[in-house]
Design a protein around this ligand. Structure first.
Ligand code: ADP
Length: 552
């Protein structure tokens, strides 16, 4: 009975100088797996044990990188690459994740390729191998974390979709080892994809695909439909799952694929895809990293969309504000023209040019004049307000003696106080001071403040004081009137706002006086503020630079 090799085959005892058949039998009898590959990793010899190790497959003619995917055994592959290119023998351990138990792989240069021996790792060396494996995993995780951090940092300053697309393509592709990729976004109705950006595909291939229906049989469509990523490890998998697209992918020398959902606001909004030049199994850690990157990308896209929506809303609001101030300007102008005519004819009648006027008629004509002048004042205020809002108000700089300005403003307001037990007084700065500002505008500010002081004060006093500080002149309008409650402090300078909002309020006004005053003061480079005690009175102070900060 011939001795058995343990695998059920029998072998004849070898005579000295046995031929190739006997040698092959001998190699088949080895307990170690043995194979030889050429320069392109094609297996041209494998012993019986090697076939068993790979689930009884016929190995000869197959490619080792497909039998033993690089992604699952990258430590082994870096050793094999070293042996192949460095023409030197190597040895390394292979984790049980590849063939079910710890193995030792040894490779030596042979002809133009390698001869590779795979055997079970000695039990006493397993602990070392496990430690080295864990260390390599930790190192890989650190590299991946750094890559992710770099990509995230590159994404963070991107504020629009195009910039985000550029980061994805310029930075992420090389970082992941992909040679082509794209970012596609769902359009409003969510039935179509729009290509935001791409790289690595020929132009003529992409052009017809700039917009395409979600259900065109592409992996992107499935990613959006399921919300899950899609990983294809080889072109075969493309043919199996996406037969319509596979020939295009293969024709462009692309193979493995990762399609990752871009989700934000609770929905999938698009897909970022990476195409790799060769087959690859995506390890769990790689999938996690790609998904983490897609999540960062989605966050950046969400930020960009919010930013764009906010910018649009601001543009709309600005357009609405412009339309409003144009309307105000046109309307005030249109109202002013007939009013000027009314005042002109009133004057003709009052002067008796068109015939004698009775005392009663004269009194009535005076009321017409007072009302028309009042109306004209309101319209002028509206006009100033609309010019200020539209940024069309310009400053006429000039030398302004403060004493004259204060006296002039008080004289203009004095008639409003007639009939009220009110003392009006002016205290100009000492020594007399001349400042460089816009005379007309500062006078309008003071007239507005003084009119309010007189309007809201039934008895007591209204005082106008000026004093000089280092670079400014401070003008104060003080009254002993009804005052302003602290609850109104925030709103007092808002246009059209009044403490008493109802139409039966005691005093007239548009609610524009203070907002116009503040805008004019700001135009002159100054500030305005107030102090008030309800029931005791108010004090508004205007601080104006003695000379403009920038030369006019
Ligand atoms: P208006 O045309 O109503 O006077 P303003 O913008 O000048 O509009 O003032 C807004 C509101 O602020 C006034 O309606 C009034 O309620 C309050 N206010 C302004 N100045 C005084 C003041 N000196 N004393 C009391 N209340 C004032």
């Amino acid at each position: 009975m011939p001795p058995s090799d343990g695998a059920g085959r029998s072998a004849e005892p070898l005579a000295a100088g046995a031929g190739p058949a006997e040698a092959a039998g001998l190699l088949d009898a080895l307990p170690d797996a043995l194979c030889a590959v050429d320069r392109r990793w094609r297996v041209w010899y494998a012993n019986a044990r090697a076939g068993e190790l790979f689930a009884d497959r016929v190995l000869v003619g197959e490619r080792l990188d497909l039998l033993l995917p690089r992604s699952r055994a990258d430590a082994v592959w870096s050793a094999l690459d070293k042996a192949m290119h460095g023409h030197a023998p190597v040895a390394c351990a292979m984790s049980p994740a590849v063939l079910g138990e710890w193995m030792e792989v040894r490779a030596s240069p042979f002809r133009d390729g390698l001869v590779i021996r795979i055997q079970t790792l000695e039990p006493r060396r397993i602990a070392d191998a496990e430690r080295a494996d864990l260390l390599a995993l930790a190192e890989r995780s650190a590299v991946q974390a750094a890559t992710l951090q770099r990509l995230t940092a590159a994404l963070s300053p991107a504020v629009n979709e195009e910039q985000i697309g550029a980061v994805v393509l310029q930075q992420a592709l090389p970082a992941f080892g992909a040679t082509a990729g794209d970012v596609i976004l769902l359009e409003q109705a969510e039935a179509m994809f729009r290509v935001l950006c791409w790289v690595g595909y020929p132009d003529e291939l992409v052009r017809p695909w700039m917009r395409y229906p979600v259900d065109s049989g592409t992996p992107g469509g499935d990613v959006v439909r399921t919300g899950d990523p899609i990983f294809l490890s080889s072109i075969d998998e493309w043919h199996e799952r996406y037969p319509r697209i596979a020939p295009i992918v293969g024709g462009n020398q692309l193979s493995a694929y990762a399609g990752l959902p871009l989700s934000f606001g609770g929905r999938v909004r698009g897909v970022v895809s990476f195409n790799f030049p060769s087959c690859r199994e995506f390890r769990d850690e790689e999938r996690t990293m790609l998904l983490a990157f897609a999540a960062q990308c989605a966050q950046a896209l969400e930020r960009a969309q919010l930013f764009a929506a906010e910018r649009q809303a601001r543009r709309d609001a600005e357009a609405a504000a412009r339309a409003k101030s144009d309307f105000l300007a046109v309307m005030s102008h249109e109202l002013r023209t007939p009013l000027t005519a009314i005042l002109g004819y009133q004057e003709l009648l009052a002067d008796g040019i068109t015939g004698p006027v009775t005392d009663t008629q004269r009194q009535q004509l005076e009321r017409i004049e007072a009302s028309a002048v009042h109306l004209l004042g309101l319209i002028d205020e509206l006009l100033t307000f609309s010019r200020l809002e539209a940024g069309r108000e310009t400053v006429q700089w000039g030398a302004v003696p403060v004493r004259d300005l204060l006296n002039e403003a008080m004289t203009l307001v004095a008639p409003l106080a007639s009939g009220k037990p009110l003392t009006l007084s002016v205290h100009p700065p000492e020594p007399p001071t001349v400042i460089t500002t816009d005379h007309g505008k500062l006078r309008q500010v003071l007239v507005n403040l003084l009119s309010n002081a007189v309007k809201f004060t039934d008895r007591g006093s209204v005082t106008l004081t000026g004093h000089v500080e280092t670079n400014d002149v401070v003008i104060e309008v003080r009254d002993t009137g009804i005052g302003i409650g602290p609850e109104h402090r925030e709103r007092i300078f808002e246009p059209f706002w009044q403490v008493e909002q109802h139409p039966t309020r005691r005093v007239s006004g548009t609610g524009l006086g203070l907002s116009v005053a503040r805008a004019l003061v700001q135009l002159l480079g100054g500030t305005i503020d107030f102090q008030s005690t309800p029931g005791a009175g108010s004090s508004f102070s205007v601080c104006i630079p003695r000379a403009p900060l920038l030369a006019p």
